[in-house]
Design a binder for this molecule. Structure first.
Ligand code: CUA
Length: 325
């Protein structure tokens, strides 16, 4: 599929191997979850093999043993053994659960994510408690706890970054929290993990884990209003955005009238790795394609295809959006 992001299409996606895999944990919590899974899997496999072996043995050697020996055998194999192994696994599970759900603490990065059909509204808490809005992409600093509270605007979604944490349900009218501490820089991918309608599969996002200074700089940039266009092409693009009424669905901070809340905040859309919630690489060509044909690319999403724009206007509009870094 030409639309999917591949390492060939954009150098920014190099080394994206395993970016969405529970087998490549990149946080303290994901490490713990993988270790627990491995232990449960190993113990389960061992017990399965043991039971199958006993079954085979029972079939081959039945009637050779007196009833008393069978009673002792049932007491050990049917009661004591499962009680001990399940208790060990339960203690292990409870310890891991406590570990991965411990509060993130005072210095945590605080983020609020709201699920929409089919995109992610993201609000960072700034240094003074102010909300800094973005969409469909998270940036996180390494080695600092992160607290993400999640909810939903419409149906139940599930917020899941396999390399960083377990799944957490996004439920309308209810706030859930997930905490974790990333331990490795890189680009990871998150995916909605609860069927939420036609475009559930195309409800994804990227997570960029980076050194603290880079993260601070990114957050500072995200807090700024959109840059004023200088070249004529970009000015024409901004004018097209206003003329087409895009601002009634999308916010662009700093542009009068662009305060819509129905679609993603586009103030810094040009800085994002993807558009369409993790679906298309955020290039100027894809932006133009999305505007003209969003119902073809992601049928059923709330944005109509603006397929009647002339080529010049479309190019200018896409170029302006891409310039919003
Ligand atoms: Cu949102 Cu599945």
């Amino acid at each position: 599929m030409g639309w999917q992001i591949t390492s060939q299409s954009n150098p920014r996606y190099d080394s994206m191997q395993g970016i969405q895999s529970v087998f490549e944990p990149r946080s303290i919590q994901a490490d713990a979850i993988l270790a627990l899974s491995n232990w449960v899997f190993a113990a389960g496999s061992l017990i399965f093999v043991l039971v199958m072996a006993l079954l085979a043995w029972a079939i081959i050697s039945r009637r050779r043993h007196p009833p008393l020996r069978n009673t002792v055998f049932i007491a050990i194999g049917g009661f004591a053994f499962p009680a001990v192994t399940l208790s060990i696994l339960m203690v292990f599970t409870v310890l891991v659960s406590l570990h991965i759900t411990s509060p993130a603490g005072e210095n945590a990065v605080r983020i609020h994510v709201t699920g929409h059909m089919w995109w992610w509204e993201v609000q960072y808490e700034g240094p003074d408690g102010e909300r800094i809005e973005t969409a469909n992409e998270l940036h996180l600093p390494i080695d600092r706890p992160v607290s993400i509270t999640v909810t939903s605007e419409d149906v139940i979604h599930s917020f899941w970054i396999p390399s960083l944490a377990g799944k957490v349900d996004m439920i309308p009218g209810h706030v859930n929290e997930i905490t974790f501490t990333p331990t490795e820089a890189g680009v990871m991918r998150g995916q909605c993990a609860e069927y939420c309608g036609l475009q559930h599969a195309k409800m994804a996002f990227y997570v960029v884990v980076e050194p603290a200074e880079q993260f601070d700089q990114w957050l500072e940039e995200q807090a700024q209003p959109a840059v004023e266009p200088v070249p004529d092409l970009l000015k024409a693009g901004q004018q097209a955005f206003v003329d087409q009424g895009c601002g009634s669905c999308h916010a662009v901070r700093g542009l009068p009238g662009a305060v819509g809340q129905i679609g993603p905040d586009l103030t810094h859309v040009g800085s994002r790795l993807s558009i369409g919630a993790g679906w298309l690489d955020g290039s100027v060509g894809n932006l133009a394609g999305w505007i003209a044909s969003s119902q073809h690319i992601k049928p059923g999403n709330r944005m109509p295809s603006f397929d009647r724009l002339d080529g010049k206007t479309l190019r200018a509009l896409a170029a302006w959006l891409e310039s919003l870094e």
